[in-house]
Design a protein around this ligand. Structure first.
Ligand code: SAM
Length: 327
């Protein structure tokens, strides 16, 4: 677009830009250009005292959000360059077309089922864009390759994963009992090269990506154990931390977790609970399981991680496990 501009040396460019904003002279719809050692700042009116000219300027592209374009907020999640539209979204095809115009989205999927089964996966169909379900996702300075139709993954736990990592000390032994493609294990291993992380996973597809992601992030201190957590922990002893991120069933694996933990070690247990009883019911079940193993627990932290379903929440309880003899 043709318009007036002001030419200023680069080293005074920022000061001039601010002055022009203050007097309402700058044309914010157009991009500032560079020419040799000068900046050409597009203006709405001529301002005395400056070297001026007329030239062609590119327009600043302002990307409108999907909600602005559609007139409602569509329910979707973005993982890497793939968007997954909620299975209950009624106008999914229209939403897909709009999402595909967003900068970083190359493929739009629709979830056909909820996350289900032992491997916590969901069926998806491809609605628009490139025909693939694999993507590269970046989180907390780590990279994860994953196939959204074959493995569990949610970006909604990124803060939680960082919180757990902040509880670890270099040199700790950590058991990630339900590791998936590795977002807890790899983050911890990367931050603490002196730690040793056992990453346990039963889904063979997730294990394949876990191995890939260990290489991708160049971590050498993750030991991958493929199989049922109950079987593959044999031989692990003295762990400082056990992460139990299988929210619907973690409690059933407590005896296994107690077996690998050192006296005074910490368990981070995820569960799903109703808003009427977020923590007490689960804590009683943990205490009972500990009692059966001759142990007792001290709750360190209880938190709601995220809403899960109407009235239901994904929670995490961090607790220390002590031998009952040392009370
Ligand atoms: N921690 C990962 C994350 O944050 O993305 C994955 C969590 S996902 C909720 C639970 C994982 O546990 C799934 O990848 C599933 O395949 C795995 N799993 C389920 N049962 C298992 C078992 N008995 N032993 C080991 N892994 C299991």
């Amino acid at each position: 677009m043709e318009c007036y501009y002001i030419r200023v040396p680069k080293n005074t460019g920022e000061r001039t830009r601010k002055e022009l904003i203050e007097i309402g002279a700058i044309d914010k719809r157009l991009k500032i250009k560079r020419e040799d050692d000068c900046l050409l700042i597009p203006v709405l009116k001529l301002v005395e005292g400056y070297d001026t000219g007329i030239g062609d300027f590119e327009e600043v592209s302002i990307e409108r959000s999907p909600a602005e374009i559609l007139g409602f907020s569509p329910a979707y999640e973005q993982i890497g360059d793939i968007a997954i539209i909620d299975r209950h979204e009624p106008d999914a095809r229209r939403v897909a077309r709009v999402l595909l115009k967003q900068n970083r989205i190359k493929t739009v999927l629709q979830a056909e089922t909820s996350v289900r089964g032992e491997y916590r996966t969901r069926s998806v169909s491809i609605l628009a864009g490139e025909k693939r379900t694999e993507t590269l996702y970046r989180e907390n300075e780590c990279r994860y390759l994953l196939d959204l139709s074959k493995v569990y993954f949610t970006p909604r736990l990124s803060t939680e994963r960082m919180r757990i990592a902040s509880r670890i000390r270099d040199g700790d032994t950590v058991v990630d009992m339900f590791a998936g493609v590795g977002p807890f294990s790899i983050l911890i291993a990367k931050r603490f090269p002196g730690a040793h992380v056992y990453a346990i996973e039963k889904n063979p597809d997730a294990v394949r990506y876990l191995k890939e992601n260990v290489k991708l992030n160049r971590v050498r201190n993750v030991e991958i154990l493929e199989g049922d957590a109950r079987d593959v922990v044999i031989g692990i002893k003295g762990a400082d931390h056990v992460i139990m991120n299988l929210p619907h069933n973690s409690i059933e694996f407590l005896e296994t977790a107690f077996g690998v933990l050192k006296n005074g070690g910490i368990i981070h247990l995820y569960a799903i609970s109703h808003e009427d009883d977020l923590f007490d019911g689960i804590l009683k079940r943990i205490e009972a399981a500990a009692g059966n193993s001759g142990l007792h627990i001290v709750a360190l932290d209880k938190r709601v991680v995220r809403p899960y379903a109407p009235y239901q929440f994904n929670i995490c309880i961090d607790f220390q496990v002590l031998s009952s003899q040392v009370i």
